[in-house]
Design a protein around this ligand. Structure first.
Ligand code: ADP
Ligand code: ADP
Ligand code: ZN
Length: 214
């Protein structure tokens, strides 16, 4: 099962993708997590990506497409995967489709997690992330067991630099301009599924399971 998560920054793509990955035993591939790991390790890719990410801008397509196309051809992806944060532009989607077509393959579902902009700004200021294992929490909705500490790995939780309100506004503009057109793109391919992302996390997940099957 090959799944793409669509939605504004903070819509809950990562939260749902992790649960999908667990339930269907497929890898969760988050391009944001891959970039943050590269930044942490100080790689060339990380250095390049950081200048864009800090401004709330997208990293250029050429820095992300090959990376994802390689990743989805690794052995653990044989039974499928859930892509979170990719594609984010029409050219990225076209490159992915072209690469999959060469392998006689295709995306099965594009799940759009729908959340209005008003809710997003509130959510992002409460998001806390573990830069060590990629887990995300929310200070009100999904708090960790111990404040400021990751349940999974015990490391410190942080407010991501790009989750400050000014940068979130920029990221929302970028989303509407460059990423939202993907909704029509996948609708045109008859694989678009919409879920109401304003519900509780577990209700959103139940709706997704209704789409993907038990
Ligand atoms: P969120 O989960 O809040 O939507 P991500 O972790 O997916 O944010 O992405 C953080 C940042 O990483 C983005 O704002 C962008 O700068 C960069 N990024 C992640 N994925 C992509 C992509 N597919 N194309 C371009 N930039 C990306
Ligand atoms: P995305 O990957 O789309 O950027 P996240 O999954 O990181 O979004 O979620 C953004 C923030 O909102 C996080 O703090 C997360 O814990 C919280 N969150 C996710 N889903 C819900 C939900 N259904 N209701 C309330 N808060 C949520
Ligand atoms: Zn952690």
């Amino acid at each position: 099962m090959k799944i793409i998560m669509l939605g504004a920054p903070g819509a809950g793509k990562g939260t749902q993708a992790k649960r999908i990955a667990e339930k269907y035993t497929i890898p969760h591939i988050s391009t944001g997590d891959i970039f943050r790991a590269n930044i942490k390790e100080g790689t060339e890719l990380g250095k390049k990506a950081k200048t864009y990410m800090d401004q709330g801008l997208l990293v250029p397509d050429e820095l992300v497409v090959d990376l994802v196309v390689d990743r989805v051809q690794q052995d653990d992806c044989a039974n499928g995967y859930v892509l979170d944060g990719f594609p984010r532009t029409i050219p990225q989607a076209e490159s992915l489709d072209a690469a999959l077509a060469k392998l006689n393959d295709k995306v099965d579902y594009a799940i759009n997690v729908e959340v209005p902009d008003e809710n997003i700004i509130k959510r992002m200021s409460g998001r806390r992330a573990c830069l060590s294992c990629g887990a995300t929490y929310h200070i009100e909705h999904i708090p960790p067991k111990v404040e400021g500490v990751c349940d999974t790995c015990g490391k410190e939780l942080v407010l991501r630099d790009d989750d400050k309100p000014e940068t979130v506004k920029k990221r929302l503009d970028v989303y509407h301009e460059q990423t939202q057109p993907l909704i029509d793109y996948y609708n045109g391919k008859n694989i678009l599924k919409e879920v109401d992302g304003t519900q509780d996390m577990s209700d959103v997940f139940n709706d997704i399971v209704k789409i993907l099957g038990e």
